[in-house]
Ligand binder design. Structure first.
Ligand code: GLN
Length: 240
């Protein structure tokens, strides 16, 4: 079986994603089940390169810059088609999650173009500015088969959260699955209290999946941990 996985390489952490994809592929190729799979990993900057891909990662970075360059490169419509019409597996991290959402809050003045596909509304820069970046050990239940229960180090940099799952009763999309939450922080907008002193047991939604689309608020590509990449590739291969 052949699997070509692209990483949108317009801005942001694309080379870091490719490094982790290489690690994930090395790992999978050493297992009996996937030893015959032919993986091709590639940077995507043009519609032709996108058309070669069976699956795509949209990295973290700056969503406004990525969509601006995508529009300039004639990639915005092909990306929408790839995600929403052809429904090929697509994973967005941080800025990538924003781009894959149907709606975003706290957008650039004048609005910003999204690719869409996930029936959610994200809140950009939910935890504040760059200086308020943080790392947090995450319990990611979907990783259980890969993880031996070792927590995943979540890197949050001007990260969005999913503030609302939108009703999609009127379309044919699968329901949105909430895959992970970040407990122990509170939505400053709602409470007016400082994050550090308050707990919100419900937690912020930081990972979702809807059909072919996966979105995570944090940056696995800024760690050395390829478990989510391995898990995502396996999901794709098991559906082929
Ligand atoms: N806040 C950024 C944006 O709106 C995302 C930050 C990131 O990807 N680290 O694009």
């Amino acid at each position: 079986m052949n699997l070509t996985v692209g990483v949108l390489a317009l801005q942001g952490g694309f080379s870091e994603h490719l490094d982790l994809l290489r690690n994930a592929v090395d790992h999978l190729s050493s297992t009996e089940v996937y030893s015959t799979t032919n993986f091709v990993l590639t940077e995507v900057r043009t519609p032709d390169q996108l058309a070669q891909c069976n699956a795509l990662i949209i990295p973290g970075g700056e969503s406004t810059a990525i969509s601006f360059v995508a529009a300039q490169s004639g990639l915005l419509e092909p990306l929408r088609d790839f995600v929403k019409v052809q429904k090929r597996p697509t994973w967005g991290t941080c800025a990538g999650l924003i781009l894959l959402s149907d709606e975003a809050n706290a957008t650039k003045k004048g609005g910003q173009e999204l690719i869409g596909g996930l029936s959610v509304r994200v809140h950009r820069n939910h935890f504040g500015r760059q200086i308020e970046s943080f790392e947090s050990d995450l319990d990611l239940p979907f990783l259980q088969s890969e993880s031996d229960l070792v927590p995943f180090s979540g890197v949050f940099i001007r990260a969005p959260v999913v503030e609302e799952v939108l009703s999609n009763n009127n379309d044919l999309r699968s329901p949105v699955e909430v895959l992970a939450k970040l407990p122990g922080r509170v939505n400053k907008m709602k409470s007016g209290l400082s994050q550090a002193n308050t707990k919100d047991d419900a937690g912020d939604i930081i990972a979702v999946r809807q059909g072919n689309i996966l979105g995570t608020s944090f940056h696995p590509e800024l760690t050395k941990d390829a478990r989510i990449h391995v898990w995502w590739l396996k999901q794709i291969l098991n559906q082929q």
